[in-house]
Write a protein that binds this ligand. Structure first.
Ligand code: PEP
Ligand code: MG
Length: 362
């Protein structure tokens, strides 16, 4: 893949790359975005949000069947339909990323986000999967949560329904083995567990991923390097970083949720008052755009220090929106992160900001 940034801008980027210490990755989950990010100079994927793949029109029926299944057997039957699709998703991404690190985050949002809302959509689904619309509505109602962002999402899904994460892990390792066999360039999957608050959560999920990896390697007759790590996006995870690091090869700071949970401000509703807050000097800048150094920043610093003290080779990155914000990138340099991950269009600015931050430290 050829760099997109030619001429003077390309020269400036090369100069910046010579100065920066931190790596720059991208947040992407489609092959098109991955390709574009590489043209902009991304050196890997820092966050592949797999939930976007579950919204795909062709598979939403199987996803809904999985969510509304009566029991594990029903869920597994629906997941079996999704496995080839997920394998295809990861296969395409590994091909584009050609041996660069790819961090794939297992399913994060609350399941009811995938469910239909309208009566007629329930009728359609009922016809498609052969369960009465009333039964489906009742089961959907049982999934209702008053506070879904603090509810049954992230690794909490993987712990209560391990078969979902098993399917995703299988898709990752099967695709990685297939790409390694075809291209000779072995992908480096990094499986990331979301919304971890305790060491035990990560231990359970790491063990699950390792079990699936061993089974797939045995079936394929091929061993690949891979890593299991976690998002740090809850204050408890930062505070307990030394314990959590015992189970993790890497941490990626999810500063969107970490900001939400530290400040107690909903990331989806903050627009209503944050403008006034900035105007009146409560915050110097919108904390969802630029890292709140005094609060969230302290938790990031603590997470870095405690994590590294336990495990000196712990790889550390950031994948919240702040990873593409120059002021936040300067903060990431100060605390010693290994990489930032930004959306594809922000990769060039992140390369430049990382260089400026490194120079400012010299
Ligand atoms: C985060 O919380 O910062 C993050 C990157 O995950 P998401 O935005 O998908 O919750
Ligand atoms: Mg998050």
């Amino acid at each position: 893949i050829e760099p997109e940034l030619a001429g003077d801008f390309g020269t400036l980027m090369e100069w910046a790359d010579g100065k920066r210490r931190m790596r720059v990755r991208t947040n992407a989950e489609t092959p098109a975005d991955c390709r574009m990010a590489r043209q902009f100079g991304a050196e890997g994927i820092g966050l592949c949000r797999t939930e976007h793949m579950f919204f795909d029109e062709d598979r939403i029926s199987a996803v809904r069947q999985m969510i509304l299944a009566e029991n594990e057997k029903g869920r597994r039957a629906a997941l079996a339909k999704l496995l080839p699709e997920q394998r295809g998703d990861f296969h395409a991404i590994f091909e584009v990323m050609a041996g660069l690190p790819v961090t794939i985050r297992l399913l994060d949002p609350p399941l009811h986000e995938f469910l239909p809302q309208e009566d007629e959509d329930f009728e359609e689904l009922a016809d498609a999967i052969g369960i009465g619309a009333d039964t489906l509505k009742r089961r959907a109602g049982e999934l209702h949560e008053f506070n879904p962002m603090l509810g049954h999402r992230g690794c909490r899904l993987g712990i209560t329904y391990p078969e979902i994460y098993e399917m995703q892990a299988r898709a990752i390792f099967e695709a990685a083995c297939d790409v390694a066999a075809q291209s000779g360039e072995a992908p480096i999957p990094e499986v990331m567990i979301p919304l971890v608050a305790t060491r035990r959560e990560l231990e359970l999920m790491r063990t699950l991923v390792e079990r699936v990896a061993s089974a797939v390697f045995e079936e394929k007759g091929r061993e690949l390097d891979y890593h299991v790590g976690t998002m740090i996006e809850l204050p408890r995870a930062s505070l307990m970083a030394s314990e959590i690091a015992k189970e993790a090869a890497f941490f990626s700071f999810g500063t969107n949720d970490l900001t939400q949970t530290t400040l107690g401000i909903s990331r989806d509703d903050a627009g209503r008052f944050l403008g006034t807050y900035v105007e009146k000097g409560v915050f110097a800048r919108d904390p969802f755009v630029s890292i709140d150094r005094d609060g969230v920043g302290q938790l990031v610093r603590l997470g870095v220090e405690r994590g590294r003290a336990e495990r000196p080779d712990l790889k550390l990155g950031i994948c919240g929106e702040h990873g593409g914000d120059p002021a936040s990138i300067a903060f990431c340099e100060e605390v010693g992160l290994d990489y930032v991950s930004a959306s594809p269009y922000r990769v060039p600015i992140a390369r430049l900001a990382a260089a400026q931050a490194a120079l400012a430290r010299d």
